[in-house]
Each structure stands twice: as C-alpha cells, then as structure tokens.
Design a protein around this ligand. Sequence first.
Ligand code: KG4
Ligand code: ZN
Length: 383
Amino acid sequence: MSSLFLAQACFFGYHQQRQVKAAAESIMKSPARKREPQTLTVLGIETSCDETSAAVVRDGALLSNITATQLFHSAYGGVVPELASRAHQQRIVPVVDEALRAAGVEKKDLDAIAAVYGPGLVGSILVGLSFGKAMALGLGIPFVGVNHMEAHIVSNLIEAPKPDFPFVNLTVSGGHTQLVLVKGALEYELLGETKDDAVGEAFDKVAKMLGLGYPGGPLIDRYAAKGDRTFVKFPRPYLEEGSLEFSFSGLKTAVLYYLKKIGFQKVQHRVVELNPEGYEEFLANVCASFQAAVIDVLVDKTTLAAKRCGVKDIAVAGGVAANSELRKRMQQAAEYFGLRVFIPKFEYCTDNGAMVAMVGFLKSTDGQTSSLELTAEPSLALH
Ligand code: KG4
Ligand code: ZN
C-alpha cells in the first residue's frame, strides 16, 4: 500500500465513516482469534494532542517509535486545537511510513492497528483514529481503540526493568493527574485524580505568569535546578487527611498573588535592565519554590497509595514524569519506604506511539478488538 493510498484512506475514513460500515462488518464479525504473542505485530498511532507518533511492537518488543512534535504552538503560548489537527493530517503519513521503515516491517506483516480514541482534543484524535481504522480496513486486519490514559500507564511496561503487578501508577501530564492501582495487564482501579488543573497545566500556567514560554514544564524544571526551594513558602494542597485526590488551581493562584504582591511586572522591566543575573536568580527561586510544593504532594500521595494498597512497586508516567526533581524525590522516597520506583525513558514519558502499540499488543493477544464505528471520545475515562 503506497503513502498516497494511506493518505486517501485517511481522508476517506475522516469524512465518510458511515459508508465504511458495510465493508467493515466482515472484519467486525470475525473478532481476532486469541493469538500467540510470538506471531503478533502491531502498529500503534498517537495523535491525541500535539504529538504525531507511530510505533511498531512485535512479540511484545518495541521495534520503532517515531514522534513528530508540533513545536510551532510555543508561539501561541499553548496548543491551538485547529492547527494541531491540521498538522497531524500533514504528518501522519510520513510518521507511519517512517515507523514501519525503522522497524523493518511492511504493511502486509501487520496483524493489528491500534490508535488512541480519547481522552484528548477531538480534532487531533480524529486524525489518528480515522487513519488507523481506514488502514486496518484497507489491510483487512483488526483495529484496536486505545485509551490514552491506559497507554501512559503501559509506558512503564515497554522496556525492562518493569514493575510487578499489582503496582501503583501516578500519571502526571498536561491534561491529567491520576493515581491508579494497576492490578494486572489491562486491569485498573482509579484511586484518585485532580479536581481541577492537571499538574502539567499548572506548570505551563505558572511558566506563562513568569514569562518563560511554552511548554512551561521543562523550563521550570531547568530554572528550579538553580533555585532555592525555600524562597517562597507556597501552600501544599493535600486536601482532607488521607485523600488521594489532587487540586492544583489554588497553588497556581497562590503564585499569581505572590507575583502581584511583590509587583512582579515592574520588577521584571527594571531589574532585567540593571541586574539580569539577579532577575534570573529570582526566577529560579520562584520556580524551585513552586515545583517543591507540587512534588511534595505528588510524592506523599503516591507513597501513601502504595502503603494503603500494600504494593511494593510504584510507577510514574506522563509528560511531567520527565521532571528531574520529581524523578529524584520519588526515588528517594521509595528508598526510604522500601519501595521500588519505575519511570520510563524521556521519549516514553511525553505522548508517544510506543505506549499505544504496546496496549494494542496486549489487547490483541487477549482477543480484544474494536468496532470500526468507534468514535473519538475527548473526555474518555479510565475503565
Ligand atoms: O503527557 P504529555 O506529553 O501530554 C499530555 O497528555 O498532556 O504531557 C505534557 C505536559 C506539559 O504540561 C509539559 O509542560 C509537561 O508535560 N512537562 C514537564 C516536563 N516535561 C514536560 N513538566 C515538568 N517538568 C518537565 N521536565
Ligand atoms: Zn498524554
């Protein structure tokens, strides 16, 4: 199948989902037989936000993972949904082609195609989802719809060392903050989540207040490394005693009030001219203080969840899992409590096709496939 065919298939799937129904029925009526993992090659597609990514997993081993990041959103201070969706349409064909080429796999070798159907930005999800369904239909192989939050959890099962079941997983991304008990492969219990802002969102908003740019997480991480975490005593939002829920909007507002109180805007202009070093030091100290408040809460609630569930392994996933201080503090806490901590490599923390291909592989080996009528669910919950 040529790239042109793939592009046409994507277009076809995107605009005429209803008309594929009849042709799809033969595939849907014959759900995948349970297959031996040794014979299964799965393509995974991720387009839920601003990363166009595709990966190939064979026999449970990752063969390739190709990600095209949409850097242009930084000029707008955040992801612009319409632009993200258009960029996915331009990139999906070359990204999938490259994932197959890098894996040394031809389309005819694929046994299933997996793509994210939620949660995320609806226009972005639709591109990868329609493309994946159309490609599965064209190749006559099963399609597997993947929950993006499940994929983040599974990012800890891509490469060794892997946590043992059951384990507690903390997912911290731009859109979500969740503590989940992972009871077994594809078996989850939600323990707690954020009532308002996600952690990554709080990082991005505080970075914006400080004029640092987007995405803010990596910038705050870098500044905080040089700062004094005791410079400002920001509140730690623990909520009621023993709660495994999160809330970060109050902390974000506390940073805003602090900056207003000290007249940050005025200082910014005056000090930058006269004393650039002092200004950099000030930014570093505020970043370190904010980051410390977030990390105290994340680490304490994750270790509390592990104790309460009686598990020995904890895992961290999602874009914020790339944070250097969070990685260090989680490791220290784990050592203190006699737990093991697992955090994926950077490329599997932020959105990636590898985690989607791995869920596709696990579901396919379990005989779980999806209807080609599956549609995007922007607010899809973890179940
Ligand atoms: O998982 P992800 O790539 O996309 C979503 O599903 O949201 O996470 C993106 C989020 C952004 O908010 C970004 O600022 C944050 O992850 N992030 C970080 C770091 N790297 C990315 N936050 C803190 N420290 C980092 N090093
Ligand atoms: Zn994500």
